[in-house]
Design a protein around this ligand. Structure first.
Ligand code: PMP
Length: 307
């Protein structure tokens, strides 16, 4: 696979070998997409390997579980500790952590209540998500012909496995048409987000990002960037963004745990600004990455050292 996998996966309180972390084909999740999960990064930092915004990710995991009436038998603190333990046991440095909670093997119909909840935490080493030079050169993207789900269909605030069928449609279409990523509109036609990233655009020095009501996942990188831009003194507007705004923006970028802060250099073959990473985007990237060398002061729970 070309990536280093953690040797052990945490399952319901114990570590099991990667090869043995298997489930039955008749598990509810396989048929009905009934999982909630997280994607978390461990960075090499001035404190040694440290998990970025771990309690916030686990809070979002519990929020997702609550929305889907999944009653975990663990506390958020248990799962935080289990994530740390799993990275430690696997002797990984910078890596990616994937906690997942799903409806397992029991009954076979849609009603999920008779299926046990299973909780797993996997880790692996993972590099740049949108390509190695994406952070510097930016990516070419398109508008997706697929929209994000309407608010009264699937809850966008929950990071649920089933939501990623929508993301897969967006991503496959983009890739097959030669783009790195697609931008989906919400059901009203406003900009929502990428298949796995939130979006920001900049025009005349003002920074815009869509609100939670635009059918977006409440991204933690989005949240970090909001803090950074406020701190840098930029005007930030969280509002519905018309599709064409990005075509006439000076700069645009994606945010996400995997994508970090990735500049968008073109949309549907129209250059964003001058088609290069913009000055403000570069500044925000610098501030973001300076969290991990201690230059930028952040709340203590934004970095959980692996010790
Ligand atoms: N939107 C979607 C659909 C995502 O899958 C992700 C990645 N989790 C994001 C936005 C960005 O969220 P975060 O910054 O918390 O990774």
């Amino acid at each position: 696979m070309g990536i280093t996998l953690g040797k052990y996966i945490w399952h319901n309180g114990n570590h099991t070998e990667w090869e043995n972390a298997n489930i039955h084909i008749m598990s509810h999740v396989i048929h009905y997409g009934s999982s909630v999960f997280e994607g978390i990064r461990v960075y090499d930092t001035h404190l040694g390997p440290a998990v970025y915004r771990l309690p916030d990710h686990i809070k979002r995991l519990f929020d997702s579980a609550k929305i889907y009436r999944m009653d975990l038998s663990y506390s958020p603190e248990d799962i935080v500790q289990a994530c740390v333990d799993t990275v430690k046991k696997n002797e990984l440095g910078a890596c990616y952590i994937r906690p997942i909670v799903f409806r397992g093997y029991g009954a076979f119909g849609v009603n999920p209540f008779d299926n046990p909840l299973e909780t797993y935490i996997a880790t692996w080493e993972w590099g740049a998500y949108l390509g190695t030079d994406a952070l510097e050169s930016g990516v070419d993207v398109c508008f997706s012909s697929w929209g994000r789900f309407a608010p009264n269909t699937l809850p966008a605030l929950a990071k649920c496995g089933a939501n990623y069928m929508n993301s897969q449609l967006i991503k496959m279409e983009a890739i097959l048409n030669g783009y790195s990523e697609g931008i989906a509109l919400n059901n009203q036609g406003y900009i929502s987000e990428g298949s796995g990233e939130n979006i920001f655009i900049i025009r005349n020095g003002i920074i815009y990002t869509p609100p939670l009501s635009a059918s977006i996942l409440p991204g933690l990188t989005r949240d970090s960037v909001i803090e950074i831009v406020k701190d840098l003194g930029y005007e930030l507007r969280v509002e519905m963004i018309p599709r064409e705004s990005i075509l006439i923006a000076d700069e645009a970028f994606f945010t996400g745990t995997a994508a970090e802060i990735t500049p968008i250099r073109s949309v549907d073959k129209i250059a964003v600004g001058n088609g290069k990473r913009g000055k403000i985007t570069t500044k925000i990237q610098e501030e973001f990455f300076s969290i991990f060398n201690g230059k930028r002061k952040v709340p203590e729970d934004w970095l959980t050292p692996i010790k």
